[in-house]
Design a protein around this ligand. Structure first.
Ligand code: M6R
Length: 615
């Protein structure tokens, strides 16, 4: 949940670190800090509560020289967000500085032991325990830093990506990972460390993704980084070329990443389908389905595990896979699944969906399903992240880096991959009629163009949002494929505007939520011309009869609903199961514009972080 960045080389480290932190700020932003070492072996640490810009302001008149440094942007787990608890943390000897992403679960036991031996602590973080432990071992056993790090990490239970600077050795940084992402960038006479590749792509495209229990040692002047395990055995890592460009991680003229990512969706979906859909041949080709045909088509049952927005996409996936492939599907919150006692075996396929590929609960759910013999299929966005590496096979959604904390393009990318998966499996299992298959392939291919038409109504949605900024509560309704869209619309609004919102299947309104409706209550209802249209019309009548305010998402040209609703947004017609790819867009825009009207921090909403790598 925190972002870590490191630099060792020939440049001034500080500007590289600050730029890197800004790119990683989506991972956490309640405090930030930097540690720098000069060639004269002076260790300087600056840290402050707040964002990276606050750190910049704080360090403005300070000495920020040095060609080696580490820096951190924090999402607090242990200890409130203040400058004392901000990283880097310094060891008692004053020699070592550490940054850490993750949680040291047994920190209390380790801390007690150290305190008994006279070590005093400055902060209430789990991270300080680790740097004190390394320092203590180094002093007590008179060993080098690498040995002390290995010995300390053997005692640690939990998750970490760490980087350590030693004041006495300005030419070296040691980094390590377990269950938290870490990448080493290899430049010409310089090295970079990052929670992901975004801080380093400006300088190099050569990277090494660390595996769990790997320790990286980078030395100034050496052409390559060195990698060992906890037993000091050498590990050979292949240097990979990262396919990411600066344009993908910058705002490109948009005021917020979220708006950029909403508008990118037609292109993202094209990227997602490229090479997988061939309209001329009326075909969907997913290599994972070809390579693992037997495991997938013979699945007795599919269980989808995910969190948040990815869980909402999973609910759509359930309907797609059940309708098209006739396979029973269950959808589980990964956080619940991991602590349940699921009855699964080798005849089950578990699909894990995650934008970041790092969500701790989803990773734990995968491990549990693997132990029980299930075949695991991953649907992820972040290339090289932990989940794709933990699964047997899978598909990337290829929508490019998503930086806004509120997920948008990842959702439509996930739904697109689930649709292609259902089509490929349905064809292989013979559960979809050829005409339906051909029509769906063609229509899916046309969705990006139809998305553009929805996006053209951005100004209309902005105007609607201005009317409703007063509201303290919103209700979102939908049915069938659009029920998960209602849940997703409500989540978007909650996350970035802090307005309470609930998503419901429209027919459930009469079983309770209808009591909430009065002239103050906006109800967003996806009421397109699908088989349940008449029922949705009745729901709108019920809301109007109680003076509720209706914002309807309607099929193009539907004058009936337009006349009934207070506000409406029109969607091009499409096949029912593809509607979420269109109907979700006005809800993303509505949440965005309401948050902007209310002056909220759209890309970095309070208390949230982009990837939740802790429980
Ligand atoms: O990276 P993941 O897809 O695994 O993340 C899951 C959730 O944490 C994520 O979708 C979260 O709910 C977003 N902030 C939603 O906008």
């Amino acid at each position: 949940m925190c972002g870590i960045v490191g630099y060792l080389g020939k440049r001034d480290a500080y500007p590289v670190l600050i730029k890197g932190l800004k790119r990683l700020e989506y991972r956490g932003y309640d405090s930030a800090g930097v540690a720098l070492i000069t060639d004269q072996k002076e260790l300087r640490v600056y840290k402050t509560k707040g964002k990276v810009s606050d750190l910049e302001a704080y360090a403005q008149d300070k000495d920020t020289s040095g060609c080696a440094g580490i820096a951190h942007t924090r999402w607090a787990t242990h200890g409130e967000p203040n400058s004392t608890n901000a990283h880097p943390h310094i060891s008692a000897s004053g020699n070592l500085a550490i940054i850490h992403n993750g949680i040291i679960e047994n920190y209390a036991v380790l801390k007690e032991g150290l305190q008994r031996n006279g070590v005093t602590f400055q902060s209430s973080t789990d991270t300080e325990v680790l740097v004190q432990l390394i320092d203590y071992i180094q002093q007590k056993r008179n060993v080098d830093l690498l040995t002390a790090v290995r010995m300390a990490l053997r005692q640690v239970i939990g998750a970490y990506a760490i980087a350590i600077l030693d004041k006495n050795d300005p030419n070296k940084i040691i980094a390590a990972r377990k269950s938290s992402p870490l990448v080493v960038g290899v430049g010409e006479d310089e090295f970079f460390i990052g929670s992901d590749a975004s801080p380093l792509i400006e300088y190099t495209d050569k990277v090494v993704y660390l595996d769990d229990n790997d320790i990286a040692i980078i030395h100034r002047g050496e052409p390559e980084a060195e990698f060992v395990n906890f037993n000091n055995e050498k590990i050979d890592h292949e240097i990979q070329t990262v396919d990411l460009n600066l344009g993908q991680i910058e705002k490109g003229g948009y005021p917020h990443f979220m708006l950029k990512e909403i508008f990118e969706q037609p292109d993202c979906l094209q990227d997602c389908m490229r090479g997988r859909i061939n309209v001329d041949a009326n075909n969907v080709v997913l290599s994972a389905v070809i390579d693992y045909r037997k495991e997938l088509i013979n699945a007795r049952r599919i269980i989808i595990v995910a969190c948040g927005t990815s869980w909402h996409a999973s609910l759509i996936g359930k309907q797609l896979l059940e309708n098209i492939c006739q396979i029973p599907v269950e959808v589980e919150y990964a956080s619940e699944f991991r602590y349940s006692n699921p009855v699964i075996d080798s005849s089950d396929v578990v699909i894990a969906i995650s934008q970041s590929g790092e969500t701790a609960d989803t990773l734990a759910a995968i491990e549990l399903a693997k132990q029980r013999g299930a075949f695991i299929f991953g649907i992820c966005n972040a290339i090289g992240s932990s989940i794709p590496r933990a699964t047997h096979t899978g598909c990337y959604i290829h929508v490019g880096p998503e930086i806004g904390v509120a997920s948008t393009k990842a959702f439509t990318g996930q739904v697109t991959v689930l649709t292609m998966l259902a089509l490929a499996l349905g064809k292989a299992r013979g559960t979809i009629k050829n005409d339906d298959y051909v029509a769906l392939v063609k229509e899916l291919n046309d969705i990006p163009e139809k998305m553009k038409k929805v996006l053209e109504q951005n100004d209309r949605v902005r105007d609607i949002s201005r009317v409703f900024t007063y509201a303290h509560n919103f209700l979102y309704l939908g049915r069938g494929y659009n029920y998960p869209v209602a849940l997703e619309g409500a989540l978007k609004l909650k996350e970035i505007s802090y307005i309470h919102a609930e998503g419901y299947p429209a027919a459930e309104m009469k079983h309770g939520p209808i009591a909430l409706i009065d002239e103050e209550m906006p109800v967003v209802i996806v009421a397109t011309q699908n088989p349940l249209y008449d029922k949705l019309m009745s729901n709108i009548q019920e809301i109007k009869a109680r003076k509720g305010r209706v914002i309807a998402i309607v099929s193009e040209g539907d004058e009936k609903v337009k006349a009934l609703a207070d506000e409406y947004v029109e969607l091009p017609h499409t096949i029912e199961c593809l509607e979420p790819l269109l109907s979700t867009i006005p809800l993303q825009l509505l949440a965005y514009h309401i948050a902007v009207c209310k002056g909220k921090d759209v890309d970095q909403p309070r208390n949230l972080a982009k990837s939740v790598t802790v429980e």
